[in-house]
Design a protein around this ligand. Structure first.
Ligand SMILES: Nc1nc2c(ncn2[C@@H]2O[C@H](COP(=O)(O)OP(=O)(O)OP(=O)(O)O)[C@@H](O)[C@H]2O)c(=O)[nH]1
Ligand SMILES: [Mg+2]
Length: 377
């Protein structure tokens, strides 16, 4: 999974990046940084850690997430987002400032998370708009030679749905597309279509306080009654927008400080701050949810390892994630839950207790399952 961190200047993007990747990139109070930071973080997963402690394997391989922290942009100074980097990301992490600091001026005047969310959304919408216009121009030129059916469908999708939405300043993530349309859109790397996690960078005192971001989760008052207006997660989780947008309150600087402590001390400091998980875990979890990803595990004396899959993937797809031979020669998957395995102490005991099941190719692997593939090539 690749997550792109973006936002206005001086909102705490690099502080968050440092907390997430345990890096020490410079965070600056005075001058906006102009460098893109790239880092990889191992996904911390308590389930996998328990399996590691059970097997004590030669190799321990958690899943990895790549984070890219692009410099903040100041439109007033004619700066533009590092789009090429962001287009390759699976999802975007938009850091908005909610912390007060009289010595750190906000580029747009006062602290206003809602306004900043809209500002950045508009930035993404403009970038997408440019891409659509360019493509439609090309298709218009190609009309002389005649368009293929595929091109006609593409043009219809762009001009009937995508362009009007962008012109109404609606991020594409709020629209619903069927599987075919999604496939057709994939190549564009539309930024406003990417799932978005809004990280609200709050004061240290507000970090454990659920009310800190409650007001942001409500639909904007300016557009009441619009079906597609709710920009954020709602508790029912059913609206199309909520599926592709989440909010998380984080105190980036506090988490950056905690990430630099000795690992054995980190838990106490988190508890004191009213948190049970560090932002590194919460951000990655939100990313998995936004992207519909799950983890399954493979275990053994050689290696205990996490694998990432799209929710709903079948056992044979899971086998392919591990090795193409396993997919080709797939016979059966032996499946149990991570907790059942911890309780039993070994797969052999799981088998005796009948908590290890034999599943076929079409079995949908679930989050947290331990899978052993039987294959023959
Ligand atoms: N008070 C307070 N200050 C913070 C917080 N998070 C970040 N800062 C400070 O804000 C300043 C900017 O932080 P950065 O992480 O460099 O911000 P950035 O978004 O990466 O900035 P650019 O890359 O220059 O756009 C630094 O001095 C941070 O220490 C916070 O939660 N509270
Ligand atoms: Mg920065």
């Amino acid at each position: 999974m690749q997550l792109g961190i973006l936002g206005l200047p001086k909102v705490g993007k690099t502080a968050l990046f440092n907390a997430l990747t345990a890096s020490r990139q410079a965070t600056g109070r005075f001058r906006a940084s102009k460098t893109t930071n790239v880092g990889v973080a191992a996904v911390r997963d308590r389930r996998l850690e328990q399996l590691r402690d059970l097997y004590r394997p030669k190799r321990y391989t958690p899943a990895q997430v790549r984070f890219v922290d692009v410099p903040g942009i100041d439109r007033g100074r004619g700066e533009t987002l590092d789009l090429a980097e962001l287009r390759m990301m699976d999802a975007l992490v938009h850091v908005v400032r909610a912390f007060e600091d009289p010595e750190l001026l906000h580029p747009s005047g006062g602290v206003d998370p809602r306004r900043d969310m809209e500002t950045i959304d508009l930035e993404l919408i403009l970038a997408d708009h440019e891409v659509v216009e360019r493509r439609l121009e090309r298709l218009a030129q190609a009309r002389k030679r005649g368009l293929s059916d595929l091109e006609k469908r593409e043009r219809a999708l762009l001009s009937d749905r995508i362009l009007p939405a962008l012109e109404a300043e609606t991020p594409l993530r709020r629209l619903e597309f069927d599987a075919n349309e999604e496939k057709r859109l994939r190549g564009y790397g539309f930024l406003s279509l990417k799932p978005m996690l809004v990280v609200v960078n709050v004061d240290e005192a507000a970090v454990g306080d659920p009310d800190a971001i409650a007001a942001l989760a409500a639909p904007p008052a300016a557009e009441p009654g619009q079906r597609e207006s709710a920009p954020c997660a709602n508790p029912s989780g059913r609206s199309p927008s909520s599926a592709r947008m989440r909010l998380l309150a984080v105190s980036a600087r506090l988490e950056e400080d905690i990430s630099r402590l000795d690992p054995t001390d980190q838990g106490d400091f988190l508890t004191e701050a009213g948190l049970d998980q560090p932002s590194a875990v919460r951000v990655v979890q939100a990313g998995y949810e936004l992207l519909g990803l799950i983890s399954f595990f493979t275990v053994g004396d050689d290696e205990v390892r996490a694998w990432t899959l799209r929710r709903g993937s079948t056992a044979v797809t899971a086998a392919g994630a591990v090795h193409s031979d396993m997919e080709r020669g797939f016979i059966r998957a032996e499946v149990t839950g991570w907790r059942e395995l911890i309780d039993a102490g070994s797969l052999a005991v799981c088998r005796e207790r009948a908590t290890l099941r034999l599943e076929g190719k079409a079995y949908p692997v679930r989050d947290g399952e331990v899978v052993h593939f039987r294959f023959n090539v």
